[in-house]
Design a binder for this molecule. Sequence first.
Ligand SMILES: [Zn+2]
Length: 118
Amino acid sequence: MHELSLCNSIQQVVARAAGERPVVVVHLRVGRLRQVVPDTLRYCWTLVTAEGPLAGSELRIESVPVSGRCRTCAAETTVEEVLVLLCGACGSPDLELLTGEEFLITTLDLADAGADAG
Ligand SMILES: [Zn+2]
C-alpha cells in the first residue's frame, strides 16, 4: 500500500530527528498531487508506529493545494481539479507547477518542548 510505505519512510526520518526524545505530534505537509488519503495515512501511521517509540504519536497532515504559473501569460493559478492543469486566466495548459507536489515533515512536537508554543 502506498500510504504504508510512506509511513515507514516518515517513521525513519522522525526517529532519526527525534533521537531519544518522545514525539507527540508529527506535522506533515502533503501536496494534493501526491494523491494521499489523509485518513488512510493516519491509520497506517498507527500501524507502523504501534510497536516502537513513536507509539501514540499523532500525524497531523496539512493538505497543500495545487498551484502553478502560466508560461503563456504568467498568471498564477490555484488548480481545483488536479486532473486538468490549466491556467485560470487564459486557459493555457503550459503551467509551471509551484505547489502540490510537497511531501515533507515540517515540525515535530516533542513531549518536553514546554508551553512556549504560539
Ligand atoms: Zn495563462
